[in-house]
Design a protein around this ligand. Structure first.
Ligand SMILES: NC(=O)C1=CN([C@@H]2O[C@H](COP(=O)(O)OP(=O)(O)OC[C@H]3O[C@@H](n4cnc5c(N)ncnc54)[C@H](OP(=O)(O)O)[C@@H]3O)[C@@H](O)[C@H]2O)[C@H](O)CC1
Ligand SMILES: [K+]
Length: 512
């Protein structure tokens, strides 16, 4: 699913109006009906009580006025508070005229802000995508007044005061909504942690916007939903054998951190790899062999950490990092791996696919000269702190996305920035936000599991790099969601994610 800017969204509205031969008031009616449908599913008229709709002067306010009429007609008690302005949009005026006289309407003033008793259901229809500057004066006072009340707040399209795709100055007034109900496509602002307290839970309602326009409009931002990965995993041919799905090599573990190697290996096996060999420090040999009997194991001559790079000829992908530690000898292993993976051979004309995680990322961060050795299409999986060590501290979440995009294009690699909406940056500068996963996955070992899935799908001969990474991230989150059904979020551990990778991949397997 694409994510568009506010300006593109306005153009999308116009394209829809022209293509479908409807008026802008009819499109507004669709938006208001979709909103009212969502609201009435959520709250019946008893639960809702008297609903207060705060309406601004533009089309967001117009949506609010239309919603007030539809809610009144559906038997809800409503009252409307209008934000005074010099001019109102044409569709606002149309919906103001359509509002039944039985609906109480008041104009807000600085000294006469609407009373909002604790628990009141408030619809925020002050500003949406037309916000052109931070709120101040009366508008800011209304928002602060609302945020102080113990109200239940549902925002139409965007919480008022929030820009759709840019940061607002610190301390500016922004509505804190429990729910945001938007139309057609999600907005970039919904996906960033710094906006979580404003946006609340967000929902996107279909209002029949022009598919042609969406298809033809270029954007760097994408949202990976179920439709984006449906059928992405090729079916396993009947006459396949273990060689068909690749042989992966995992370099992982150090004394006290063998669990990370075991988890990554388990995830790689559950991710459908044909064969897996793990290279582990001497102290981890028994641990690994006993915990992962399906994998092969090469012990390093060093007891506590990795010091040697095995020959790479037999492998279709290599993962390095989980539980690795940062010993000097291990840094040498990483440098050698980057150099050898980049070399083309007769059997392998393109670089050997690599997945770099955890301490291997920290080694890259502390030896940045290694970055120029990264083979094309290498996958890096930092969390925000690890990413900062590779680049610089970000001013805010929007700046972090810029740094992410710049890093992926400069180094021609795929960077998976882990978080609630894990963001995959591609060498061409696209950003793909993942839709699956839950807060239960914020637990030790989750990242090691992701590395294992990535390794399996990168070793898969039929999956190009981008598809393999997008699918891995989606399936990892989905496995976490399936696991949480049984464990709850608090009870979820990384091993539960491993056990649900198979069912998650089965969901996205192509049917023939
Ligand atoms: N497809 C859809 O998504 C649909 C969306 N709809 C709704 O329309 C709004 C966007 O409507 P628009 O009229 O473009 O914009 P707003 O309602 O957000 O606000 C514009 C007016 O607000 C003034 N403004 C802007 N910033 C401020 C500010 N900081 N303080 C005070 N006033 C402000 C602006 O004035 P200007 O001076 O900037 O010109 C306008 O008067 C979208 O969000 C949806 O809710 C449609 O219903 C159709 C489908
Ligand atoms: K709003």
């Amino acid at each position: 699913m694409k994510i568009l800017t506010a300006a593109q969204t306005r153009a999308l509205d116009q394209a829809t109006i022209q293509e479908q031969g409807i008026t802008s008031a009819q499109l507004m009616e669709r938006a208001a009906s979709a909103f009212v449908e969502w609201l009435s599913h959520q709250f019946d008229s008893n639960e809702a009580g008297e609903i207060l709709l705060l309406c601004g002067p533009g089309n967001n306010g117009g949506d609010g006025l239309a919603a007030a009429r539809l809610l009144h007609q559906a038997g809800y008690a409503v009252r409307v508070a209008l934000l005074p302005a010099e001019k109102q949009s044409a569709d606002w005026q149309h919906n103001r005229q359509q509002l039944p006289a039985a609906v109480p309407v008041a104009e807000m003033e600085a000294e006469k802000l609407p009373e909002i008793a604790s628990g009141t259901l408030v619809v925020d229809a002050l500003f949406g995508t037309g916000l052109s500057r931070p709120l101040e004066g009366l508008a800011a006072a209304v928002v602060r007044h609302l945020n102080k009340a113990q109200a239940r707040v549902v925002a139409i399209d965007l919480p008022s005061g929030l820009f759709a795709e840019a940061p607002q100055p610190a301390d500016s007034a922004v509505v804190r909504a429990q729910h945001t109900v938007s139309f057609g496509l999600p907005k970039l602002a919904f996906l960033l942690p710094q906006n979580a307290d404003f946006v609340g839970a967000w929902h996107v309602e279909d209002i029949g916007l022009s598919k042609r326009f969406i298809n033809e409009t270029a954007t760097p931002w994408h949202y990976t939903d179920a439709a984006a990965v449906a059928g992405a995993l090729p079916p396993r041919p009947k006459f396949s054998h273990k060689g068909t799905f690749g042989h992966a090599l995992l370099l992982a573990g150090s004394r006290g951190k063998m669990g990370a190697a075991v988890l990554a290996a388990g995830a790689c096996l559950r991710g459908g790899v044909g064969l897996l060999t793990a290279h582990v420090p001497g102290c981890g040999y028994d641990i690994f062999q006993i915990s992962q009997p399906e994998a092969m194991c090469l012990p390093d001559p060093q007891v506590a950490y990795l010091s040697k790079l095995p020959k790479l000829d037999a492998y279709q992908a290599v993962g390095i990092g989980p539980g690795l530690g940062q010993a000097e000898a291990t840094y040498t292993v990483l440098r050698k791996l980057l150099k050898n993976a980049a070399k083309s051979t007769e059997k392998r004309p393109t670089p050997l696919p690599l997945v770099i995680d955890a301490d291997a990322l920290n080694l890259l961060g502390s030896h940045r000269a290694l970055l120029k050795l990264l083979p094309e299409n290498t996958i890096l999986t930092p969390h925000p702190k690890e990413f900062e060590r590779l680049t610089e501290p970000a001013r805010d979440d929007y700046h972090r996305l810029e740094l992410l995009r710049d890093f992926a294009t400069a180094h021609r690699c795929l960077v998976v920035l882990k978080g609630a909406y894990t963001c995959l940056a591609t060498p061409t500068g696209e950003l793909h936000f993942n839709s699956t996963g839950n807060a239960g996955m914020a637990t030790g070992g989750s990242g090691d599991v992701l590395t294992g899935v990535l390794l399996a799908l990168r070793a898969h001969a039929q999956l190009p790099a981008f598809e393999a990474v997008r699918l891995s991230v989606y399936a990892h989150g989905r496995a976490g969601d399936l696991a949480a059904v049984h464990t709850g979020q608090a009870g979820l551990v990384a091993g539960d994610i491993v056990r649900h990778i198979g069912p998650a991949l089965a969901e996205v397997q192509a049917q023939i």
